[in-house]
Design a protein around this ligand. Sequence first.
Ligand code: C2E
Ligand code: CA
Ligand code: CA
Length: 663
Amino acid sequence: MLVFTNQPADPYQKICLEAGADAYFEKNGDLNDLLLRLAQWMPPLPINEKLRLRALNRLDILDTPEEAVFSAITRLAAAVLEVPIALISLVDEERQWFKARFGLDIRETSRTVSFCAHALINGELLEIEDASLDERFADNPVVRGESGIRFYAGIPLVLPGGEVVGTLCVVDRVQRKLNATQRMTLKVLARNVVTELELRDRIRILETEVALRHEAEIRIMHLATRDPLTGLPNRTALMDRLQHGLKSAKRDHTQLGVLFLDLDRFKWTNDALGHDVGDALLQVMAERLTALLRESDTVARLGGDEVAILLPALHHADEAMQVAQKIITAIALPMSLKGHCVQVGCSVGLAVYPLQGETEDTLLRHADLSMYQAKELGGNQYQVFSEQMNVRAHERMALESDLRVAIESCQLELYYQAQVSLINQALTGLEALVRWNHPRLGFLSPDRFIPLAEDSGLIWALGLEVLDQAVAQIAEWTRQGLQVPRVAVNVSPAQLRDGLLDAVVATLRKHDVPAAMLELELTESALTSDGPAVLGLLQSLRDMGVAIAVDDFGVGYSSLALLRRLPITTLKIDRSFVAELASNYQDIAIVEAVITMANSMGLRTVAEGVEEQAQDVALRVLGCDDAQGYLYSTPAAVAVATSWLKSLDLATPQVADCLLQNA
Ligand code: C2E
Ligand code: CA
Ligand code: CA
């Protein structure tokens, strides 16, 4: 508080200062003179005040408790310089605050009355021998008041960056003067204070660095144990939690559920709608699962669309089944993904400790097996592990090793199914369908072993064997002087790779069969998967004269526009559309649309699975070119197929009747 008044200093000044004013100014004189006195009285601001305050704040020392190192310095200063008061004063924006004080009770004063604020300015020792004689301090309450301060000596505390944060100062109630040694001592002690402050700063930097590094480590750990796309824990994290979960389950005698989840037809979504949509789908799946489960449960992504879930501390296995059902219901709700409305099902396999496995490995394997079982049963359901699944898995493994032998030892045999013209009933083609004459299990249908061959990589060798047998058969029939229609051979997606073209060329050459007599049947997903590579391969085959058919058309939901870019010749309409053709209007509309579009693209249409006369009639009306199915012939062994071809020699166009008689 400053007092400006035209009352004479005597006696009012004393009264005001004693009442708590910081200074008393008579203003009856010249205004300029008053301002000058005021400016002199105010503690000046250093030029780098802002930087200085920032440096002081960075030290993070204001209002901290007393510390022995600093208190020792003030005690030493007082003793060596023989003064009653020694202070480490830090000059804050509006106050000076004492980090250490010897001989003084107060912790802070206002900056305006601070001697130290003046000492900041020139960066050197400020020594005031008698404050009552100094214009700047004569009015100062500590000088005029009870404390009666006369002497002040302060050494600025200068940080390495040049910022003066305060002083080390000594104060006395009598007038005095320091000698050279005393000044030196004060300087050395002040340097100690600065060193101490610097040390604090360095420790603080170190601490931040350590904290940052710790944070980085946590982040790296997170990355190492999290799946980046969904933020779910990954396989590493799963194994860790499974291990812990099992330990607790054993200790607490509770049960632990392990669920394996796999989306149904995820690959299709990915291929048809793009990886963006596939990624978004996985993210929504992760969100739904997380929302559904308890905090203590674990949802981990194992890769692709495969997810494992741990349900710890179960009291009854039924709880796990309820969760499985809830999951299936939640995933099946429609999702809006980047402008597409997508609905997917999922298959869930379940194994519960200790009923269906006691170790991590068995639990995971059993949950996985059950998931496959759920998938085989049509998906969108859960299956609990049973010992029977293990038996089946072993059977599959045994079958796989048998298949290896079968391919080399002529256990594979081709059957042929006729394709018939709906216009004139002529025989337009034969589809080669493989059978396995298993020495123990008897005749096996391809559904039993083709998926196995695809999973195990044996499909390549199997495919070559089928191709060779089919082309050899064309050559043999030709040699017998028979009129041979085009023969179609099924090709699995896994066979679509570089060597296929060479294999086809070599096989045709080996048996001296023209390429135009061969047709390859591929599914939509195989055709539309790996863009350019497949396109080149198909084009080369087509250039040679090999016909290309799209098998099971319609079930992959791929657009015809997508197929337009591919060099295909034939569309085989899947039998699921043909099944209810005679009664289901929707199927009629779909088949009609497919045929119309196929016609416009110059493709031959073949309807699959024609079993009834009514379907035959409907297809004829809709303008389908050819048909294949039990109505005309079941797949037949070579001997039977040969007899068809022989009867064709009679040049009767009514093959259908002829086939039926022969069947
Ligand atoms: P696909 O290519 O769709 O073959 C047609 C399947 O439908 C054959 O079953 C055939 O017997 C059956 N089928 C024919 N007409 C009718 C009918 O009127 N009604 C019904 N319900 N079914 C009919 P198959 O021979 O058991 O073959 C099953 C699948 O195995 C084939 O389906 C094909 O995808 C695959 N496959 C067969 N041979 C080979 C092969 O040599 N290589 C490869 N990669 N896959 C093959
Ligand atoms: Ca086929
Ligand atoms: Ca088919």
